[in-house]
Design a protein around this ligand. Structure first.
Ligand code: FAD
Length: 381
């Protein structure tokens, strides 16, 4: 049987694959999306804390996030669709050891025009009550906040479908081979052929690359989100990060969600909640936010998911060296929701014009690892 042919095949229908598909379809490409799960937005996109922030230390990350936040904030007027964007703000509580990094990051954010303010520990108390021990400054991003990642993913796919894109769920890419100027992909629904493949498979991106016969340094690492029972303390609570410990919390409707990355968690597809990590998380969380003691944990409302982690905790974007027609949009290491909109744009440019235009992504290309030049992003949560 002849293979079906497309201008581009996107692997993965998470928020990143959806944004890429929309932008490719907008440029007139006939796009197929292969999604292994039974529905789009079932991978990490369904598991995120949904935070979006311009508060990064590296200019490339500020640019990607800020472009994305602007798009999410204008979704309704641009596309007539909801994105769930709410500017609840992000507050970083910074200790002396990290103060210099956050001062520099603030300069970078302001140089790029991002609205971020420096606050004293006392000023930050007007936004949320916390124990000031060790906090020397705070940074406040008033346009930072949250979106609804599921709604955004479905919105991009809906618009892409109207432009002719096809989305196949329950259809994994099982193998891929470059033959005569095109990729031939094996799926349970048969063969498909395309000159262009975009890997947007999130935590599974390394596995997808292996199925095409090469290595990509992206690994899954399990992360927890704990949730309280409904509490009035959730009212008006912005996303707050205690930089020294990595503990974060925010209001989620009537509840408070909180978490902290476990840096000892081994990469791999480990499943289920890590309840042992709750105690070390609460130990630092209660020290900073003693009032959290008044809340009750709701175990059934808590969840886990995978970060797609690279060796420097930053995405790998752009053409894959040595693999013609293969483009990476992978390895977001915990900040893919907030960069997806801009990534859709730059990956479509890379695919159609040969090179990303709106944001220079050279620092995020795969060859940085071969050269041993890692991205020095400091604001990783
Ligand atoms: C607990 C937690 C909290 C987070 N909090 C935030 C946050 O606050 N802000 C933020 O920006 N980010 C956050 N993230 C990260 C964010 O969720 C991800 O960076 C983002 O969702 C990545 O989107 P994606 O489309 O690349 O991946 P995914 O949503 O995982 O999509 C990849 C898709 O590829 C599919 N797939 C896999 N293998 C194949 C195959 N062989 N063939 C076809 N399809 C395949 C999968 O089924 C999946 O649907 C968090 C993540 C976790 C786990």
């Amino acid at each position: 049987m002849d293979a079906e042919t497309y201008d581009a095949v996107v692997i993965g229908a998470g928020i990143v694959g959806a944004a890429v598909t929309f932008r490719l379809a907008q440029r007139g490409l006939h796009v197929l999306v292969l999604e292994a799960a039974k529905a789009p937005a079932s991978g990490s996109t369904a598991k995120s804390a949904a935070g979006v922030r311009v508060q990064f230390s590296e200019a490339v990350n500020v640019r990607l996030s800020w472009r994305s936040i602007r798009e999410y904030s204008q979704f309704e007027s641009l596309y007539g669709l909801a994105s769930g964007y709410k500017a609840i703000g992000y507050l970083f509580l910074v200790d002396a050891e990290n103060a210099e990094y956050y001062h520099k990051a603030l300069e970078t954010q302001r140089r790029l025009g991002a609205p971020v303010k420096k606050l004293s520990a006392a000023e930050a108390q007007s936004l949320v009550k916390f124990d000031v021990t060790g906090v020397t400054l705070a940074t406040w991003g008033e346009i930072d906040g949250i979106i609804d990642p599921h709604q955004v993913t479905m919105g991009y796919l809906q618009m892409a479908k109207r432009l002719g894109a096809r989305v196949l769920t329950d259809t994994a890419m099982m193998a891929a081979e470059r033959r005569g100027g095109a990729w031939v992909l094996q799926t349970p629904a048969g063969k498909v052929e395309s000159p262009l493949v975009i890997n947007a498979a999130g935590a599974w991106a390394g596995e997808v690359a292996a199925r095409a016969g090469f290595e990509l340094p992206v690994q899954p690492v399990r992360r927890m989100v704990y949730m309280t029972a409904p509490t009035q303390l959730a009212n008006g609570l912005p996303l707050v990060v205690d930089v020294a410990s990595g503990f974060y919390l925010r209001g989620e409707q009537q509840r408070i969600l909180f978490g902290r990355s476990n840096h000892s968690e081994q990469p791999g597809f480990t499943e289920g909640m890590d309840w042992q990590w709750l105690e070390p998380t609460l130990e630092v969380g209660l020290a900073r936010f003693p009032w959290l003691q008044q809340t009750r944990l709701d175990r059934r409302a808590s969840w886990w998911g995978y970060y797609a982690v690279t060796p420097d905790n930053n995405p790998i974007l752009g053409r894959m060296p040595g693999q013609d027609g293969w483009i990476n949009a992978v390895g977001f290491s915990g900040h893919g929701v907030q960069q997806a909109a801009a990534v859709g744009q730059v990956i479509a440019e890379e695919a159609v014009e040969g090179r990303a235009q709106t944001v220079d992504i050279d620092e995020l290309r795969m060859d940085r690892f071969n050269k041993g030049i890692y991205v020095q992003e400091h604001n990783i949560v």
